[in-house]
Design a protein around this ligand. Sequence first.
Ligand SMILES: *Cc1c(COP(=O)(O)O)cnc(C)c1O
Length: 391
Amino acid sequence: MNRAITTSAVHGGRDQFRALGVHAPPIDRSTTNPLTSLEDGTASLDAMAAGGHPQGSSVYARLHNPTVARWETAIAELEGADEAVAYGSGMAAVTAVLLAAGAVGGHVVAVRPLYGTTDHLLASGLLRCEVTWAAFDGVADAVRDDTALVVAETPANPTLRLLDLEALVAAAGDVPVLIDNTFATPVLQQPLRHGVAWSLHSATKALSGHGDVMAGVVATSTDRAGALRQVRILTGAVLDPEAAYLLHRSLPTLPLRVHAAQANAELLAGRLVEHPAVTAVHFPGLPGADPAGLVGTQMAGPGTMLAFDLVGGHDAAAGVMKSVGLITPAVSLGSTDSLIQHPAGLTHRLVSDEGRAAGGITPGMLRLSVGIEDVEDLWDDLAAALDLVTG
Ligand SMILES: *Cc1c(COP(=O)(O)O)cnc(C)c1O
């Protein structure tokens, strides 16, 4: 459907509401469903087992849930995708793509930095993935005939490094590309429009937006969605309908929240550059941060996340985390309130030293998820904490 993203956010996945006679998303808690006949039940079961949609009855809640399906329809519309498939967490979604792509026990090319747990899942050997870690300009050489998948993030967590998606897809050749789009949100970036095969979100973050839901979702083409649903059915990595309800309830305000937080982030990034306690600020909207000119083309704006390095290194970072008041010292991101955390000690702690170095994650780096509070209140809080660690 070709409507503006703000309209899609408000109306996506709600087409059946008038026919149902409802105004808010109904929560369907049935775990089993009465069948009109054995034949109908069998036909629907066969369709879903093959990765398709139910033919009439949902049969059983691990196979299909209408509340979840409506939110998936909305996410697909926002991402410009045929379909979206929801999971109980972002990591369940990552694992589902690895399974669906044949990357479990196979060869993967991955570009660092990645979300710490994605990095650890690939590096740990748990899924028997053979991983070639490549820089962006090394992807074409790293791809082999038997490579199942190329994995990357843009903007990357936690350094906000941007990648040119069309160049990455070209470098991957015939190998499908998975992009973790959590930081950008579909409001700012729709990777499938640039040839990416799967666009993945930890919906725990901005899509939920209020720090109270865990979920994951993958937007993709119809030909790839079937395998993702089969993985969900067979591994049981389902999203609870209550969570889907909250996610659908949060969606209309997603563009408003992203734009408000982004405006705050732009202002805070500019002020952080000037602060004597700070050596470097990582934010796609700053001069020099986006040499390829991706903000305004691939990405509709610089986003709501930033990171910065402190003159005083690790100890100064710990000091800032201890001193902030309005800003919460906590992992996660994309909430209405601002959160600050130390990647090397928390989100990227399980990444190898070598992996952190390759990804540009330093001991004195803090990552700030900017919320929608008044920006002067945020700056007062941050500046007071930074002043305390300025030598
Ligand atoms: C949080 C996060 C994940 C993992 O999502 P969960 O919902 O915590 O499982 C994956 N990728 C990125 C970029 C994240 O920030």
